[in-house]
Design a binder for this molecule. Sequence first.
Ligand code: GDP
Length: 183
Amino acid sequence: MAEDTYEEECDYLFKAVLIGDSAVGKSNLLSRFSKDEFRFDSKPTIGVEFAYRNVHVGDKIIKAQIWDTAGQERFRAITSSYYRGALGALLIYDITRRTTFDNIKKWLFELRDFANPETVVVLVGNKSDLRQSREVEEDEGKTLAESEGLYFLETSALENVNVEEAFLVMIGRIHEVVTQRIA
Ligand code: GDP
């Protein structure tokens, strides 16, 4: 799999969503993946935003449309339309804030309520660069992912560690699900 420019024609368009508590790093993971940028300030706007990136999987070009809550989770204002049609989700917590990990089950419940049962879910423990402030061990993430049947990775949007991998695991798996469905 390799990235490519976003203007080119694509074979498939997939929608995927980012979910998780406020300030876990959703926007920065997305800007890292779509534009290779990181922002230290918190985001200025409220409202759903999305970004695109084209990814090559085999001989196909997939345009991934990734939606970010852009702060709406703070007001518990995420609606079913956010999840509608999503074939993948990154379910994100902050390894330095245990509450964000504890809330993963709540997000998973909401996701399973609103999204398609085939939605590919990757559990992401973000901010792995903040080693001294870690409150959630990597094994805890792994164990939760195994028990819920999810993929799992720890990432750092700041240091650009595993960000590409997290999105590409999700996109590659979505591609498998879609091609199995139409085969
Ligand atoms: P969102 O509310 O989930 O979209 O979170 P943001 O992307 O706005 O990030 C919240 C805060 O965490 C911001 O101050 C970011 O700079 C910071 N942040 C995001 N990702 C990382 C990371 O991987 N490492 C560190 N150290 N800080 C991060």
